[in-house]
Design a protein around this ligand. Sequence first.
Ligand code: BG6
Length: 364
Amino acid sequence: VEHGEGGHMWREMQDQSAAAERVLRGRLDERFGTAHLGGLNMDARETRAIRRVKILGCGSAYYVGQMGASLIEELARIPADAEAASEFRYRDPVIEPDTLYVAVSQSGETIDTLLAVQEVRRKGGRVVGLVNVVGSAIAREVDGGIYLHAGPEVAVASTKALTTMFLAFSLLALQLGRVRDLSISDGKRIVAALQALPDQVEEVMSLSDSLVEVAEQLAAADSLFFVGRVRGFPVAREGAQKFKEITYRHAEAYQTSELKHGPLALISAAVPTVAIVPQDELTDRNVGALHEIAARGGPLVVVTHPGVDLGDVPCRRFDVPRSERELDPILLTLPLQLLAYHAASHLGLDVDKPRNLAKSVTVE
Ligand code: BG6
């Protein structure tokens, strides 16, 4: 085994392409450029009546919920946001009848998410679940849902479940969009991109060996930043979460746009930054921020797309294949899993069972 590869997290990362195929199987409609999600239990009339989407989850499920909110806003043009279920359930939330609540959970047993679902339902709201474990508490409690078919996930750090959550959000956003104003040609564009994703996932996983050396350098830092903006910000949050939970290094996610309003004061040769710089409407601004970091001696690792011109900024660069821009976040996330994995393995840590953490928190 090279580079200490093995264990649950490793195998679950390697299963992501197959898991992506499983969550999409039988759910894409090429002819009408839409998705079929029978388990949602919502007809077209009910779907059209949705005015807002509120996504609830904890940890990685919350961060992928932020990615899902962007997908829903972009494809369905419905205002959407994600909130940590652990906060939502304690703040006496206003439950609106024309809001669709979406609970996201690998285990389907996370107590904060389950109690958030119960709070919504007690007040008459409609909740659908994005859940992996069939027949779990959340799966039984919701009005309808999408099973993730990720297969068993054992490592505490979520990898393949998160990838299937992202794809389930893509299907949901596509279906919501197509009963509203998303055109058939845009629908077909997304369907084709989704069909291509499993192979692209495999392609990104093949970067693994090339990330080992950089991961080892990052492991030597006590503190690091993960930055991105708009679609890239939840990617940075998820990347920082993975890194901190399995390497025990302080990893903080920040919006690239906010660096100059505070964290730039901390940048130095001892504080590396991992930057998400997709080819999109903000590429030039992101590259500008890289220069600001480099000017202060901050080491840079950039996850980007082929052809993006980073100028003369000193950095280690990793290119992931492009998808359609709405779907880019998932491919940008995968190298961050690999970085965390290789850094933690290098440090000799128990990657699958990090200290102080449980796979699912089922009691208060
Ligand atoms: C945390 C786990 O306790 O629960 C995270 O450490 C996970 O990895 C989170 O993302 C949510 O779990 P679930 O099962 O609700 O998706």
